[in-house]
Design a protein around this ligand. Structure first.
Ligand SMILES: [Ca+2]
Length: 403
């Protein structure tokens, strides 16, 4: 009991900082209510009866999707030196354009999620067309630009939501001062998205949208009308040019963080989204741990490693209170945002299992899914019952893309 009380106190502290409180699963997580009435999650990772992800070194027998040898130093250089040819090759080969819509800052997983996309682009499997930040806070846009610059792609457009959301704290974006970046201003996120979709309409290329934060920008996109960018509405641009929205949001029995902090936008998104949507509930990434041992393979000055290790040994803001799984001086990361990236780029690998088509309806913020009824929503399966090998396979595939 003392342990739970202590965890509750820690949980209150972190949620007070508006960190990514995820959702609460009554079957597996301890829950409570903060003074402001918001529910929060403070479950101890060690009480979830999960097998910690084994080190990547032990997973050599698990096949990763492409280049599995993660030599961080050489691949980073490769990304920087071959990006030009890679981008031109991607452009001509018709690989999907990607819009990464993120709340970059409150939790760590947005940063490695974006890093994965650079890995896919370097491998010729995708082209990062834009990053749009779904919370207020220019720091999130700057950090995204710095990460893009780190990977040799400094000119990826970055947009930002200019309304308000319920969460805007950041634990690591101040590190941007240590990395080259040149973003001086950012346009509205939905306008950046409109531009990508309008360009795609002309080129005939398809766009995959990946939303791993709040629904702020994409809700505005769906509400947008003809403007100087396109004579099409946002809804038409999505219908004509987007093949998939891969989204990390929601939980079937509680109000998940990404839903909670801009509920009207999420309700608008789920009600109006006109093409396929694959939803990664809290539980999916919450049960797949990205091992710290994979982070340790990156150079110490790598932007993702710096963000992951923010706070320093034994003082990580992410290691306590069951937020992620403590591992030595740091933590193994719950891989929420990475699941949506992984599924979007490797759907054929079916790492998580997927439902039949149906509809997700938000009922007071709780994401209720029902199969059938003509819906175009799908949910990734809850991985809580998966074997350690299956979880490791997903984590290994993620790590193969972060270099
Ligand atoms: Ca996120």
């Amino acid at each position: 009991m003392a342990k739970i009380v202590r965890s509750a106190i820690i949980g209150l502290f972190f949620c007070g900082l508006a960190m990514s409180c995820g959702s609460e699963n009554s079957a597996q997580m301890q829950t409570g209510v903060a003074e402001n009435g918001e529910s929060f999650r403070y479950g101890q990772a060690t009480t979830l009866a999960l097998s910690p992800v084994e080190s990547i070194e032990s997973q050599n027998s698990v096949s990763a999707p492409s280049s599995t040898a993660v030599d961080a130093k050489t691949t980073q250089n490769t990304a920087e030196t071959t990006e030009g040819s890679s981008s031109s090759s991607n452009r001509s080969s018709g690989v999907p354009l990607i819009i990464y819509d993120t709340d970059m800052g409150p939790d760590i997983d947005d940063a490695p999620g974006l890093a994965m996309l650079h890995g896919y682009e370097t491998d010729g499997k995708a082209e990062l067309a834009a990053v749009t930040v779904s919370r207020q806070g220019f720091d999130g846009a700057q950090f995204s630009d710095a990460l893009n610059t780190f990977y040799g792609r400094p000119d990826v457009p970055v947009g930002i939501y200019k309304g308000s959301t319920g969460a805007n704290s950041s634990q690591y974006t101040y590190l941007v001062d240590s990395f080259p970046h040149d973003l001086s201003e950012a346009p509205d996120g939905f306008k950046v998205q409109r531009q990508v979709l309008a360009d795609a309409e002309k080129s005939g290329r398809k766009v995959i949208m990946i939303q791993v934060g709040f629904s702020s920008n994409i809700s505005e996109l769906l509400n947008s009308r003809a403007d100087e960018i396109s004579d099409k509405s946002g809804l038409e641009l999505v219908e004509n040019n987007v093949s998939l929205l891969s989204i990390m949001a929601g939980a079937p029995t509680s109000v998940e963080f990404n839903i909670k902090h801009n509920l009207p936008a999420a309700e608008n998104l789920f009600a109006k989204w006109p093409v396929d949507m694959v939803v990664s509930y809290w539980d999916t990434g919450g049960h797949v741990y990205y091992p710290y041992s994979a982070i340790q393979k990156l150079p110490t000055d790598h932007i993702v490693r710096q963000a992951y290790e923010v706070g320093g040994p034994g003082n990580s803001p992410y290691a306590g209170g069951g937020w992620h799984e403590p591992a030595g001086d740091f933590y193994n990361m719950r891989s929420w945002d990475l699941t949506s990236v992984l599924h979007a780029l490797e759907p054929e690998r079916d790492y998580f299992g997927i439902s039949s088509a149906g509809t997700v309806r938000l009922e007071g913020g709780v994401a209720k899914f029902s199969e059938g009824d003509g819906g175009r929503h799908y949910i990734l399966s809850n991985t809580s019952g998966y074997s350690a090998e299956q979880k490791n396979k997903a984590a290994t595939a993620m790590a193969a893309m972060i270099r």
